[in-house]
Design a protein around this ligand. Structure first.
Ligand SMILES: [Fe+2]
Length: 130
């Protein structure tokens, strides 16, 4: 389970709401890992993956504009982290097929758990605290 905790709050309401939404989408992906591997689950996963890609695009752009407006000194590095994540997720979407979907579901869930919390707690906190 990928449960939101108030420890992840940055104190900027709109960004916090977006992060909560990312958790909510990620949690749905995460829950699919233990579901029976069938066509229905695969379809659900594919839809969630697409939703995740479009929402991260939206959120990262929003965050990047915010950082720019604050003249965040590590803007380029932060943007690079966003690009790397987008590339990883995008590649999974491109690679997915009927044979590997189960494996990719697990990989994406793992990536989300490792990346999301760390990114918010470490990287995003930095631009807030600047
Ligand atoms: Fe970020």
């Amino acid at each position: 389970m990928l449960k939101w905790k108030d420890d992840y709050l940055l104190g900027i309401k709109i960004i916090d709401e977006q992060h909560k939404r990312l958790f909510e989408i990620s949690d749905r992906a995460f829950r699919l890992v233990v579901e029976k591997n069938d066509k229905e689950r695969n379809k659900k996963f594919f839809d969630i993956l697409k939703e995740l890609i479009s929402y991260t695009d939206y959120h990262f752009e929003f965050e990047e504009n915010y950082m720019k407006s604050k003249n965040y000194k590590h803007f380029e590095e932060h943007k690079k982290l966003h690009s790397e994540f987008k590339k990883l997720i995008g590649n999974y979407e491109l690679d997915i097929n009927d044979e590997n979907i189960s494996e990719i579901t697990t990989k994406v869930a793992k990536l989300l758990v490792e990346w999301l919390i760390n990114h918010i707690m470490v990287q995003d906190k930095l631009y807030i605290e600047q």
